[in-house]
Design a protein. Sequence first.
Length: 169
Amino acid sequence: MIDEEIQHILRNRLQTACLCNRLWQRATDEIWDYLNKLSGKNIKNPDARIVRLEKGKGGIIGVFLKGNKILCYTLESYEKHIPFGAYECMRVSSPKFGETFEVKVPNRTYIRFHWGNFNDDTEGCPLLGMTVGYIKGKRAILSSKRAFKKFMEEFKNINKFILDVIDFL
């Protein structure tokens, strides 16, 4: 009797897990379709996206997606952020940050992904972090060097990619 009851519970949990997985995939696909429409650029499959979620004195916070997976968070300068649109990113060597990627933004130079915690740590470059929080009362992204390492690992065999930047504010 107990074995049947346990089997029934396990079977229900497995069915629920399968249903949740299908719903999650469907929701992810719908979000991705929505982001494609929102971009307005009709980019079928950009390699990566920055989706901006929060704008304030501490800068602009977003998420960095590779495919449909959230890789990390981003922080950009409120005054000098990358404009909405699609950009080519090229692997470059930076004297300060080593190997990274430069976002080819028209009429601007040296827009590179790198680590940092605060709006003050960037002059227009996207900073990368594993989480979002506060340091001494200031809005920040945290575990930035770890996020940068993860970012570079994800793009280890790639020399260029297309980045779609979207405001979702």
